[in-house]
Design a protein around this ligand. Structure first.
Ligand SMILES: O=C(O)[C@H](O)[C@@H](O)[C@H](O)[C@H](O)COP(=O)(O)O
Ligand code: SF4
Length: 609
């Protein structure tokens, strides 16, 4: 085993030390649950009868209490192309479970928002808190306590983080996450972006735009850009919660079905009923969280994980912050360029060597922990292999020795950037995330007069009126968790990209989020503290900014500041909380939300996690 890189060792030790009390409390809770609820023997006859009444041919097996019963938590719906294949999974998984003398039941469903459907509209203001809604729904499903193990069916943005958070609170059970795979590649992302910019300039109409979008997002499976959904799949590999190499195998293929079968069999083999008990609580430890961060940085993954990783970690009693991420980013090189960080998509990435390549490179360079418990036998090294069919047998082969495409996938020794895709920028405007992997290096430093907006619609109107045709730092505030649920402002990418293409120096500064698919335009996002006043009445610095203030964003020096003297200024009036599209129902999530760096969660904050 390779010696760990000093930064990985240092950050891991710091996280372990910082988390000592909270991690011990978490593991005590889990051990207590394992004693009380690790199978259904504590349930009453009436509870049990209700629990297996509709289980058909599995009833006798479940009632006999001897066989493993697997709980399936599913995020199936027709809205997410990535989740649509899940509709048929439970029936298949019941067959697979019976193959090993086990049973499976759908414990419950969880909601799933497609950020692509809600992007740019009111529904996007529910997106971040849909993660916690998913965690709560996962707990409701598993609270039936009929299960010896659990399988989680979810892929996209807030769904995997929500499932991880919810399942961790049942961490006495073994867990395997089961993806469905990316859709076949459509038109190139560059073509898609070009048509979008032409539409934003009024040079093509909705008909051409819809044709282009539909040629990109064209069938079942995960969208193929490397956004939050596919960053989730990378993380599940890095955390050892997938069957190795499951992340990017296409849907509706024999290999995909074999991986789903293997996942079902694997959960059945890891319960307390057998001799290889692997509770999720022990798989997701500090080293697994560091491995997830290392994978995120090495692949230029979604900035949303600067928020979700702290939240998932807290659910396991582990406290991480943006300084941890920044120090790892300085040590973990960028090994991949997948759109929006390059031109190829996840199908090309998978074909070029994929996650097996990334894991091998990170392990061999000591940039990820090898001595971790995973759901696979063989620990983290097993994830440096890729699954394939040998006849009808599922088998694994080592990652390729040479990259299938070195414009997309490289070794540590020949990385695209010596550091990871994400930087911390901070100063008198707060702390923020800056994704360097998707922005040309000459745009990492922008200093220009600010134009300050309270909504993304105001930005679009100013763009259309030609008011932004100059060097400008576009500030969009009151977009934080407590203000309006911290929506993604991804619709700003085309107009700001046009300004950039016109030769202007442009940057975005916001307490909101961007899509994992956002790129091209330098952006300091997740600004914390957010503009809206905290519970103690203190306003975030963005609330005091005015048009014309000089703002400097610099990913090289890690700076986010203004030369304006904000002292003595009155804050801008905060917008009223919106109603409609269900947003009023999420007021309790907004009022109690923690800052983005702590995970942006009312649920975790109020639970004291
Ligand atoms: O974080 C993400 O990855 C995004 O939320 C993504 O899931 C969303 O669907 C984008 O909006 C897709 O990009 P387009 O909107 O450009 O299609
Ligand atoms: S990747 Fe984004 S747009 Fe695609 S299905 Fe998932 S949530 Fe929807």
């Amino acid at each position: 085993m390779t010696n760990l890189a000093p930064a990985v060792d240092r950050v891991t030790d710091r996280i372990i030390e910082r988390s000592k009390a909270s991690r011990a409390a978490y593991l005590d809770m889990v051990r207590g649950e394992a004693g009380k609820h690790s199978d259904r023997s504590f349930l009453s006859c009436s509870n049990l009868a209700h629990g297996f009444a509709a289980s058909g041919e599995d009833k006798g097996t479940i009632a006999a209490m001897k066989a493993v019963n697997i709980g399936i938590v599913t995020a199936f719906n027709d809205m997410l192309s990535a989740h649509q294949p899940y509709g048929r999974y439970p029936e298949q998984m019941k067959l697979f479970a019976r193959e090993v003398g086990a049973t499976a039941q759908v414990a419950g469903g969880v909601p799933a928002m497609c950020d692509g459907v809600t992007q740019g509209f009111d529904g996007m203001e529910l997106s971040l808190f849909s993660r916690d809604t998913i965690a709560l729904s996962t707990a409701v499903a598993l609270s039936h306590a009929m299960f010896d193990g659990m399988t989680l069916l979810g892929i996209c943005d807030k769904i995997v983080p929500g499932l991880v958070i919810g399942a961790l609170r049942f961490g006495h059970l073994p867990a395997v996450f089961i993806p469905s795979g990316p859709m076949p590649s459509g038109i190139s992302n560059k073509e898609k972006q070009k048509t979008r910019q032409l539409y934003a300039e009024g040079k093509v109409g909705r008909e051409e735009l819809l044709a282009s979008e539909s040629a990109s997002y064209h069938s079942a499976g995960t969208c193929t850009f490397y956004g939050t959904a596919n960053s989730n799949q990378m993380m599940m590999e890095m955390m050892g919660l997938h069957i190795p190499g499951s992340a990017f195998v296409p849907p509706n293929t024999p290999l995909r079905q074999s991986l789903t079968r293997a996942a079902t069999h694997r959960v059945a083999a890891m319960t307390r009923k057998g001799d290889d008990y692997r509770p999720m609580a022990e798989v997701v430890d500090e080293k697994a969280i560091v491995n997830a961060m290392a994978g995120l940085l090495a692949t230029g993954g979604s900035t949303n994980h600067a928020i979700h990783i702290p939240a998932m970690a807290r659910a396991a009693g582990i406290i991480v912050d943006w300084q941890d991420l920044a120090e790892l980013s300085a040590a973990v090189p960028l090994l991949t360029r997948v759109y929006p960080n390059g031109s190829g998509d996840v199908n090309h990435f998978h074909a070029a060597g994929g996650m097996a390549w990334v894991v091998r490179e990170l392990l061999d360079a000591g940039l990820a922990h090898e001595d971790v418990l995973t759901v696979a036998e063989g620990g983290m090294r097993a994830y440096a292999t890729e699954p394939t069919m040998d006849g009808d047998q599922l088998t694994w082969k080592p990652a390729p020795e040479t990259s299938g495409d070195d414009t997309m996938l490289r070794t540590v020794a020949n990385a695209f950037q010596p550091d990871g895709g994400m930087r911390l920028v901070e100063g008198n405007l707060g702390r923020a995330t800056f994704k360097t992997s998707a922005v040309e290096k000459e745009r990492w430093t922008i200093e220009a007069p600010a134009r300050v907006f309270d909504t993304q619609e105001q930005v679009s109107a100013a763009f259309k009126a030609g008011e932004l045709d100059k060097d400008v730092v576009v500030v969009v505030r009151f977009q934080g968790p407590r203000a309006n649920g911290m929506p993604e402002l991804h619709k700003l990418t085309p107009p700001l990209g046009i300004l950039q293409d016109r030769g202007y120096k442009v940057a975005l500064v916001t307490d909101g989020r961007m899509s994992g698919a956002s790129g091209k335009v330098p952006a300091a996002i997740h600004v914390t503290p957010e503009a809206l006043p905290a519970a103690d009445g203190s306003w975030g610095p963005l609330a005091y900014l005015r048009d014309g203030d000089i703002v400097r964003v610099c990913a090289e020096t890690g700076e986010l500041s203004t030369s304006a003297d904000l002292s003595g200024r009155e804050p801008a009036p905060a917008p009223q909380a919106a109603v409609g599209m269900g947003r009023e129902l999420f007021a309790m999530f907004r009022i109690n939300a923690s800052g983005a760096e702590q995970g942006g969660s009312a649920m975790l904050q109020v639970a004291g996690l």
